[in-house]
Design a protein around this ligand. Structure first.
Ligand SMILES: [Zn+2]
Length: 457
């Protein structure tokens, strides 16, 4: 009799409950919503590509009948991390030349290695390697600047990862374009092919002011605006870049780019290390988003970007690992959060300069603002895209937990990420990537490593 009753009540509940594709629950849910709520024993319900509710596990379980569920009572559930500046396929040059300044590193090693080895197939395998590392480390969106960016976009879609992917335009012959005019033509075809894609936002990526003519920079902006695409560019990365522009134009790179109209539309400026107050006023006025890359700036001894001041001015600041080929050498946003906080502290002699909450914001909602995607990603809120990560709390570096936000920034590692969902689809389960063939990627990376080594002899 009691079995009949319980069956009856279960059936009534199941009929009344709202459908969901997934419920993911965790010991703590870091929402990054307007109140910065951290929900203990919380859960997120997902339908299709979007989050339909965030709350306590008890509330979510009472309201929804999911098709599938993932309960991690020993994990933090957080928004997917957002990388605002990288070069994924440079993974194949990981460690090819270390401990150099930017100009020597680029001109003596990277540009020659790329000119001898780059092909669409190379970019495909290099991007697969980079994307695998990123997804396994909790990055759900990456912002990329490289060549054959159409191939990068194909890999992002294959992996089920979100990307703002910019075709590089540079003032010397490269594998996919003999001239900047060729690169602009190639980029236009690429923008047409991937516009309105659910995962890929195609972008235009003139490399920097010092590697492009003024005409190319203006044409890149015009092309980006024609397709409502973002423009990605390296800005004021080194003192040399600033000094050279001062000599050439009596202007800082930011002032010069502004005078050329390059900031007249959505722009993601990587680095912005050598910016003065007037430059920051321009970045703020033009709504330019800044990709802060602490590992890269430290490793290449480029300097320290004044991100605390930028944030105080209301400039959107996100994080990026930059390239893995000597300027980092990995794609690890947990490390970038930790270093962003510590670099700001040590250079200001103030431990409060950039607290854990600010570092986590830069890796999530701040990154979304840099990309102009803050209505879609960057927090766990009803209506947003379902980009979520579960980070384990059952290892020695993860216990005890007094403050889950502090734990994310200062204690947890990329290797602690156990499950990843992008756009409503689970792409990592139990630290295994579901969408790419990891053993094959590792084998191909070794093969390309041997080829690159032979080419540099
Ligand atoms: Zn870069």
């Amino acid at each position: 009799m009691s079995r009949i009753f319980s069956c009856f009540f279960f059936c009534v509940w199941a009929l009344a409950a709202e459908p969901a594709d997934w419920i993911w629950s965790g010991r703590y849910v870091i929402t990054m919503d307007a109140q910065r709520r951290v929900i203990e024993n919380g859960a997120v319900a997902v339908r299709g590509e979007r989050i339909v509710a965030v709350g306590s596990k008890a509330e979510i379980d009472a309201r929804f009948q999911p098709r599938q569920r993932l309960d991690r009572p020993d994990a933090i559930l957080a928004p997917g991390l957002i990388d605002t500046h990288t070069h994924a396929a440079m993974s194949l040059l990981r460690g090819v030349a270390d401990d150099l300044n930017l100009q020597d590193w680029l001109n003596k090693f990277i540009f020659p290695a790329e000119s001898k080895n780059l092909s669409a197939d190379y970019v495909r395998w290099g991007t697969r390697l980079g994307v695998a590392e990123m997804l396994l480390g909790g990055t759900t969106t990456f912002t990329d600047m490289y060549y054959f960016e159409d191939v990068v976009a194909e890999v992002a879609k294959e992996a089920g990862m979100r990307g703002v992917l910019g075709e590089t335009i540079i003032g010397f012959p490269v594998a996919d374009a003999k001239t900047p005019a060729d690169a602009l033509r190639f980029t236009e075809g690429y923008l047409q092919r991937f516009r309105n894609d659910p995962l890929v936002i195609p972008a235009v990526a003139p490399h920097a002011i010092y590697t492009n003519s003024d005409e190319t920079l203006k044409a890149a902006r015009a092309l980006a605006n024609k397709y409502h695409a973002p423009l990605l560019i390296h800005v004021s990365e080194t003192k040399k870049e600033n000094d050279d522009e001062q000599t050439k134009r009596h202007m800082t790179p930011v002032k010069a780019l502004d005078a050329l109209g390059v900031f007249n539309g959505r722009t993601v400026a990587a680095h912005c290390v050598w910016v003065n107050d007037a430059d920051m006023a321009i970045l703020k006025a033009r709504g330019v988003g800044v990709a802060h890359c602490p590992s890269s700036n430290m490793k290449l001894a480029s300097g320290v970007a004044p991100v605390v001041k930028m944030r105080a001015l209301g400039i959107a600041v996100g994080l990026g690992p930059d390239g893995p080929a000597g300027s980092n050498n990995d794609f690890n946003l947990f490390e970038e959060m930790d270093l962003a906080a510590k670099l700001a502290k040590v250079t200001s002699s103030d431990p409060r300069a950039l607290p854990a909450s600010a570092a986590l914001e830069m890796a999530t909602l701040g990154g979304a603002r840099v990309l102009g995607l803050e209505k879609e990603i960057g927090s766990l809120e009803t209506g947003k895209r379902a980009d979520l990560i579960e980070v384990r709390l059952d290892r020695p570096n993860a216990v005890p937990v007094y403050d889950p936000v502090s734990q994310m920034v200062y204690a947890l590692k990329a290797e602690d990420v156990r499950d990843v969902m992008v756009n409503g689809r689970q792409v990592v389960r139990d630290a295994k990537i579901l969408t790419l063939d990891e053993p094959q990627i590792l084998q191909k990376a070794a093969e390309y490593g041997a080829k690159v080594r032979a080419s540099l002899k």
